[in-house]
Design a protein around this ligand. Structure first.
Ligand code: BES
Ligand code: ZN
Ligand code: ZN
Length: 525
């Protein structure tokens, strides 16, 4: 699907489907409007608000179109609720075969996330219609405080994210082509529209790339394939990609990372990506991602039910790789480095055994008391190496603990940092990206639980509970205190099992954290 913008009257489009927004007025406006007292329409709205009902309305379209939609509102078949879609097949309009309305909900509760979701809902609703060309009537969008570029960007992102499918191993995959062009149409077009489409397309394509890396099964996304695909994707960008093999990882004294790879015949890879978008004197942002291409738990083997989902255990890594691609394609004026330790965690004859002691790159010894707590083992060495580059900040993403899913479910990504300033910044950039994050505790108590009996550290906690925080406490032992660092546990958000988000309407990788990491990179410009 290609997104473009057009300046055209709706009647002249000749499109397969026209999408029109319908919002709701709750009527509360009239309380603040002095003219409202003598205005019967406002009185009516006030009554609706009291009754708890919201009034749907449509604007910025021809009288004929407005009347058509209004009659559906009047007979109660269209409410304008957020993400509601109503399809008028063969609607008899000039310039469009079908008409689709998409609800925005309360006109006052307006943000870019609402637009992302509305565009996604429209694309999903049109999937069954065989429409090849779609036009979105931007003039029907109620006035809001979001700039034109961000409006168009959010709509672009939503449409492209909803269009993603993972069918490459299904029969008839070539034939299953959906919408070809999705045009954002308005009576006034500015340059901001095109920059919005460009930024939104880059972000969505990179999120979809992260999803594709995650959705591919373990046998088709080994550490070697992950590294090759990263190199391929980085072609024609300013990204430098360097991949270390097993012998280099060993030579670099990454004994903790290496130990996890020993149970598998697949060679581990340490993927390094570098982007220099500004003067080399500027300290880089550093991203680190867990790249476990399949996690069976090792000798401390996982139960078989649901184990297939552990192909997603590289989603922290794929988010980092995709965020780097987006940063490079957006040509941000920042320096960023990324590290993705990639391996399988299997139970082969040379695998870690419970009780084994391994030595990380910083010399700390670790008792591997549960071979399934392998993510922290591979991240430990990557974090030590990241600190050696003296970055301005380190952010890591990992599907680290099942406990994270217990704590926050599938809505919010939990993040851990002791740095309040960084926490506030993360909340701000996540808000701008539309991804949900929630700060979790990280204290000396959690660190104390990770002390080893026979080594400096144990890879599992000595006490029950707070498994995500103790994991973060373990990781902290590999990060220099002076470097602002935050850890994102994406165990509950890296893939979706249902249709919670309109732009992730299927089971599969979500590409979470790509947008937040890009947004964070922007703050370094
Ligand atoms: N990859 C898993 C964590 C995970 C579980 C992510 C479920 C997403 C959904 C990780 O390697 C793991 O197995 N962690 C263990 C740690 C425990 C042994 C301390 C866990 O959470 O059970
Ligand atoms: Zn594990
Ligand atoms: Zn894992």
């Amino acid at each position: 699907m290609k997104i473009d913008t057009k300046k055209s009257p709706l009647e002249n489009l000749g499109t397969d489907a026209l999408v029109v927004f319908v919002a709701q007025k709750s009527g509360r406006n009239s309380d603040r409007n002095p003219e409202a007292k003598n205005n019967p329409k406002a009185k009516e709205e006030k009554k609706d608000a009291k009754n708890g009902s919201s009034k749907a309305y449509v604007e910025g379209v021809s009288k004929a179109l407005q009347a058509k939609i209004q009659s559906a509102i009047d007979d109660g078949s269209l409410s304008g609720a957020a993400n509601e879609t109503v399809l008028f097949r063969d609607a008899g309009l000039a310039g469009a075969r079908h008409l689709l309305t998409v609800g925005l909900g309360d006109q006052k509760a307006f943000g870019h996330e609402k637009l992302r979701q509305a565009a996604a809902s429209a694309v999903t609703a049109l999937k069954g219609t065989k429409a090849k060309t779609v036009a979105l009537a931007l003039d029907s969008l109620p006035h809001n405080s979001i700039g034109a570029d961000l409006t168009v960007q959010a709509l672009t992102e939503g449409a492209l994210l909803a269009d993603y499918t993972f069918n490459e191993f299904k029969e008839g995959r070539e034939a299953a082509k959906g919408i070809e062009t999705f045009s954002i149409v308005s009576s006034q077009k500015t340059k901001a529209f095109d920059s919005g489409v460009e930024a939104g397309t880059i972000l969505a394509e990179c999120v979809n790339f992260a999803r594709w890396l995650g959705d591919r099964p373990g046998n088709r996304m080994t550490p070697t394939i992950l590294a090759e695909e990263t190199i391929k994707a980085a072609k024609n960008t300013k990204l430098k990609v360097n991949v270390w093999d097993r012998s280099r990882i060993k030579q670099e004294k990454m004994g903790s990372f290496l130990s996890v790879s020993l149970g598998s015949s697949q060679e581990p890879k340490f993927i390094i990506m570098e982007y220099n978008g500004t003067s080399s004197s500027k300290r880089p942002l550093c991203l680190v991602g867990k790249g476990l291409t399949f996690d069976c738990g090792g000798i401390s083997i996982k139960p078989s039910a649901g184990m297939e989902e552990m192909k997603y255990d590289m989603c922290g890594g794929s988010a980092v790789i995709a965020a780097m691609l987006a940063i490079a394609r957006l040509k941000l004026k920042v320096n960023v480095i990324a590290y993705v330790p990639a391996t399988e965690n299997l139970a082969g004859p040379a695998a870690n055994k419970p009780g084994d002691i391994v030595i990380a790159r910083n010399g700390k010894s670790i008792e591997v008391n549960n071979t399934d707590a392998e993510g922290r083992l591979i991240l430990a060495d990557a974090l030590v190496y990241a600190c050696e580059q003296e970055p301005a900040m380190i952010l890591d993403a990992a599907t680290l603990t099942g406990a994270m899913v217990v704590a926050l479910g599938n809505t919010h990504t939990g993040f851990f940092t002791r740095n309040d300033k960084l926490a506030a910044k993360i909340e701000e950039v996540a808000e701008a990206s539309g991804e949900w994050v929630w700060r979790m505790p990280l204290t000396d108590y959690h660190v104390k639980d990770m002390k080893g009996t026979y080594a400096d550290l144990s890879n599992i906690s000595a006490s029950k509970g707070a498994g995500s925080a103790t994991a973060a406490g373990f990781l902290e032992q590999f990060v220099d205190k002076e470097i602002p660092w935050a850890h994102f546990d994406v165990a509950g958000t890296a893939w979706h099992v249902g249709d919670r988000l309109p732009y992730c309407p299927r089971k599969g990788a979500s590409g979470v954290m790509v947008r937040t990491f890009v947004e964070m990179a922007k703050t370094f410009e």
